[in-house]
Design a protein around this ligand. Structure first.
Ligand code: BGC
Length: 433
């Protein structure tokens, strides 16, 4: 009897293992993704192919990072996937001529209707938050320069119409991350976000940035690599779960690379795999709860909790209980394996992209060894227990001849936006504006 049960369990585990093996990527797969990414990057930079390229490679006009001379207060706004942050940042010189950045900040969560509604609704909401922040700090009548970080592409609207403010810089969050890390480490020439969404920027040689005149020096390019895959580049790697996530998303056919990696989607991929295992009678005695059957219920943060559970499986049990499930010990183990498969694939896919960027930088600088620092921000990178380790190891494996340091952006992208404001302000003054 016992023998029979043991055999059943082991064949069950084998079947699960087989289903999850689809998530495993070989080194040659990753190289394929990396080369294709490099090809799209190249097409995005070239005038002739820019329009049709899936990776847009947007010039940011950030040519060099600020040098420590200006002092002042800046208001920095950071609009992320689900939050909106207002920060007051002081930029100045410290005792050893270094920058000091002091901040007051407040986080506002963005209501669903403001997020999915018209741009006007979103900007109204943002205005209310700024107003509230200025009230709290009694600064309503101070004229402050304003830096703005967006973590998704939105067009510039009249944000400065209600208050005494000048919008001096609008930057992508990857750029802001790169700049804020630059203060810690002057080799920081790459910025990356792995949070709700995923994206990277880096310093490209000006002569390759065909969309902008001039050949001297370097300019930061916002890759918008999350859009990679829109021309079929990822088709052979997409699994049935990825296709469902895409089809049921707000932007089917778009941001396919991001949909494998971003925190907005990973939990949903896990949920779909769990349902598949239930369907095959390999999990929860073949029965899913209503909650598990509901789209979007399995949040990505559960993956972090599940994967950091120690041996006792207590956290896993609690999370699954909240899903009205009664998991056995093996169920808990299987759920953990599912989470690991999904997060490891995400880390590896993301590595292929970054390796593509870094190898490109090394080649265009014709250096034998490229010593470079990457500034990173985002909840998946920062909070997941093993994402960064897998990620670092795979990036290094794919970038021979490169010596890479990763640093985390401490105060997030708001600080970078403020520093960009400082430079933009200085330039405006110089131009007599
Ligand atoms: C956006 C990028 C952003 C990234 C990380 C993506 O969805 O398209 O602009 O940098 O998320 O926040």
């Amino acid at each position: 009897m016992l023998d029979h049960r043991a055999r059943m369990e082991s064949s069950r585990k084998e079947k699960v293992e087989q289903i999850l093996s689809e998530f495993r990527l070989k080194e040659e797969d990753l190289k394929k993704v990396m080369y294709r990414m490099q090809k799209e990057m190249d097409r995005g930079l070239k005038l002739e192919t820019h329009e049709e390229a899936s990776v847009k490679m947007l010039p940011t006009y950030v040519r060099s990072t600020p040098e420590g001379s200006e002092v002042g207060d800046f208001l920095s706004l950071d609009l992320g996937g689900t939050n909106f942050r207002v920060m007051l940042v002081k930029v100045g010189e410290g005792e050893e001529g270094q920058w000091k950045v002091k901040t007051k900040h407040q986080m506002y969560s963005i209501p669903e209707d403001a997020m999915t509604g018209t741009a006007e609704m979103l900007f109204d909401y943002i205005s209310e938050c700024i107003s509230d922040f200025l009230d709290k700090h009694q600064m309503k009548h101070k004229k402050l320069p304003l830096g703005f970080t967006f973590s998704f592409p939105v067009r510039h609207e009249d944000i400065d119409k209600d208050f005494e403010m000048d919008v001096v810089a609008m930057v992508n969050d990857t750029v802001a991350t790169m700049i804020s890390c630059y203060y810690e480490d002057h080799r920081c020439e790459v910025g990356m976000i792995v949070g709700t969404g995923c994206n990277a920027c880096y310093m490209e040689e000006m002569h390759n940035v065909e969309l902008v005149e001039g050949d001297e020096g370097r300019m930061c390019v916002n890759t918008e690599w999350g859009a990679f895959g829109a021309s079929g580049e990822l088709d052979e790697f997409l699994l049935e779960y990825d296709r469902v996530v895409d089809e049921t998303s707000l932007n089917p056919g778009q941001q396919l690379y991001e949909k494998i990696i971003g925190g907005k989607y990973m939990g949903e991929i896990v949920r779909l795999v769990l349902l598949k295992l239930v369907d095959e009678n390999l999990l929860f005695n073949g029965e899913a709860s209503e909650k598990l059957k509901t789209r979007g219920t399995f949040e990505t943060r559960f993956m972090s909790q599940i994967e950091s559970d120690s041996d006792d499986r207590k956290q896993i049990y609690n999370i699954l209980s909240a899903f009205e499930l009664l998991p056995s010990r093996t169920d808990c183990e299987i759920v953990r394996q599912v989470c690991e498969s999904v997060s490891t694939r995400a880390a590896q896919m993301c590595s292929a992209g970054l390796a593509g960027v870094i190898n490109r930088m090394r080649e265009s600088r014709s250096q034998d060894t490229l010593k470079i620092t990457v500034g990173v921000d985002g909840s998946v990178y920062k909070l997941h227990p093993s994402f960064k380790d897998h990620f670092h190891a795979t990036v290094r494996q794919l970038t021979p001849g490169c010596d890479i340091t990763f640093i985390q952006s401490e105060e997030g992208s708001g600080r970078g936006a403020a520093l960009i404001s400082a430079v933009a302000c200085k330039m405006a003054c110089m131009m007599g504006q």
